[in-house]
Each structure stands twice: as C-alpha cells, then as structure tokens.
Design a protein around this ligand. Structure first.
Ligand SMILES: Nc1ncnc2c1ncn2[C@@H]1O[C@H](COP(=O)(O)OP(=O)(O)OP(=O)(O)O)[C@@H](O)[C@H]1O
Ligand SMILES: [Mg+2]
Length: 250
C-alpha cells in the first residue's frame, strides 16, 4: 500500500506570554492508503494540534510532512488552501455549516469553490453522496432543522464532494449521543472498507476500536501504537484496545 501521509520529527511550540509550550515533540508516523488511524491521548496532549499541522491547517516549526509524496513544508497559504480543498476532506466536532444555505448547498460548496466540474455534475455528485449516507430527504432542509447525526452525515458528504485522497476528522462523534455516534462511525468504517483513508482524533475507545491503527499521544509525543487484530470480533477488538489503553495510562 502506498503511503499517503508521512510525518517526520514534527515539532510545534506555542509561545504565550514568553512561556514556551512544546505541544508537539518530534512526532513520527505514516498513514498508508486504506488505513483508518485514530489518535488518542489525554486532553491537552496535542491531538488536535497534530491533526491541524499534518493537514496543512496550522503551521509547525520543524520536521517534515509529506502528503502523497510531496512535502507541504514551506508551501504558501494559497497552495495549502488549494491542497486542502482538492485533496483533503475535513470533519469536525462542531459541524461548521453555513446557516443561510440548505444542507445540499452546504455539501456542494467545496466543489463549487474548486470550480473544476460542470454545475450539473456537482449536483449529481452531491445528491449521490446524500443518498449513500441515507440523508437524501433533508437535501432542501435548513441546517437548523435537522438532527446532529444527520448534520454530521451531511458533513461527511461535504468532506467527500471533491473526492479527496484522505479524510481528517477531529472528534467527529464528540457532539453526538451514543446512537448517532454509532451511525456516524458505521458510515466512516464503511467508507474505509471501500478504500477511503482516514485519520481521526477521538476520546472514545469504541470509535477507536473500529480503526486499523491507534496512536497514543502524551505531552506531544507518540507513546505507543496499537494494531487491532483485523478478524477479531468488535467486542474483542474493544477489549484488547481497553487493555492497551490501560497500559498507556489512559
Ligand atoms: N492557538 C493556541 N495558542 C496557544 N496554545 C495552544 C493553542 N492551541 C492549543 N494550544 C495548547 O496546545 C496544547 C495542546 O492542545 P490541543 O488542542 O492540541 O490538545 P488536545 O489533545 O486536542 O486536547 P482535547 O482532548 O482537550 O481536545 C494545550 O496545552 C493547549 O493549551
Ligand atoms: Mg482536541
């Protein structure tokens, strides 16, 4: 499998009131095509910062990030924005959607921004994604009139509209109840089984147990890496992950 994301010796420091906070300290990892990688760790360990740095949303001081073989280190803001728009998909805990647009129009927006496809094709793609995620019936709804689970599935549609090489998600189920969280994870694991590559931050071992690899971050360093047994039952995967998390000090 080819490597999509390669992170080498990544470090990031925030300086607040002359105090230096070394948030990422020499992080190394790779994500290969078809992997679904979870990042876990205590609050404040640097999980979100890591996700934003490797996806070009945020800067970093040293190290290198290669996306599809090309270094993103040193790219201009404009080139980074284009890379994110065309090659990456994003799903957040807060479902950032525009309030004056319908659900469908929100989903289509990144494709319209990219401006690479005829209008008709963009529309067909958005409708097909909504169908696939089981939310075709809310296409014309106002985003304030749908449930959190539906909205997050709409965000998944939006993240896929430009057929990205990789999806990045920061606590995609963090704002959802158990049932909606399970539904959203079912969709993400289904996408992964179909070949999508994902990196997601989560506090939820049930979510992480569905991933192919789990990184455990402490104080900005990767303390350990866990690989669930692919053929194990969901219950056994969760049990093995919980045992490992205990070892990590979770
Ligand atoms: N914009 C910022 N300016 C200064 N410090 C920041 C900034 N963003 C994050 N930090 C600091 O970086 C550290 C890591 O934060 P980060 O949000 O990456 O943690 P996290 O692991 O995602 O935590 P959580 O599980 O609570 O979401 C924290 O000490 C935080 O205070
Ligand atoms: Mg976070």
């Amino acid at each position: 499998m080819s490597i999509i994301l390669e992170v080498q010796n990544l470090s990031k420091t925030y300086t607040v009131n002359k105090h230096q906070n070394h948030v990422l300290r020499g992080v190394d990892f790779t994500v290969s095509e078809g992997e679904m990688v979870a990042v876990m760790g205590p609050s404040g360990s640097g999980k979100s910062t890591l996700l934003y740095a490797v996806s070009g949303m945020d800067s970093f001081q040293s190290g290198d990030v290669r996306f599809c073989g090309k270094s993103i280190t040193g790219l201009s803001q404009k080139d980074l924005a284009q890379l994110r728009l065309e090659e990456m998909g994003f799903i957040f805990q807060q479902m950032y959607m525009l309030k004056n647009l319908t659900v469908l129009d929100n989903i289509l927006l990144p494709a319209r921004q990219a401006g690479k496809l005829p209008k008709k094709e963009i529309l067909a793609r958005g409708q097909a994604l909504m169908e696939k995620l089981g939310i075709a019936d809310i296409a014309d709804s106002d985003i304030t009139a749908v449930s959190g689970g539906q909205l997050q599935r709409a965000c998944i549609c939006r993240s896929l509209i430009n057929q990205p090489k990789m999806l990045f998600a920061d606590e995609p189920t963090g704002a959802l109840n158990r049932a909606a969280s399970d539904e959203v994870m079912e969709e993400l694991t289904k996408l992964n089984r179909e070949g999508a590559t994902l990196m997601l931050v989560t506090h939820d071992p049930k979510v992480a147990a569905k991933c192919t690899k789990i990184l455990y971050l402490v104080d900005g360093s990767i303390k350990g890496e866990h690989h669930p047994t692919p053929d194990a039952s969901p219950r056994n995967r969760e049990q093995a992950l919980n045992d490992w998390l205990l070892e990590m000090g979770w």
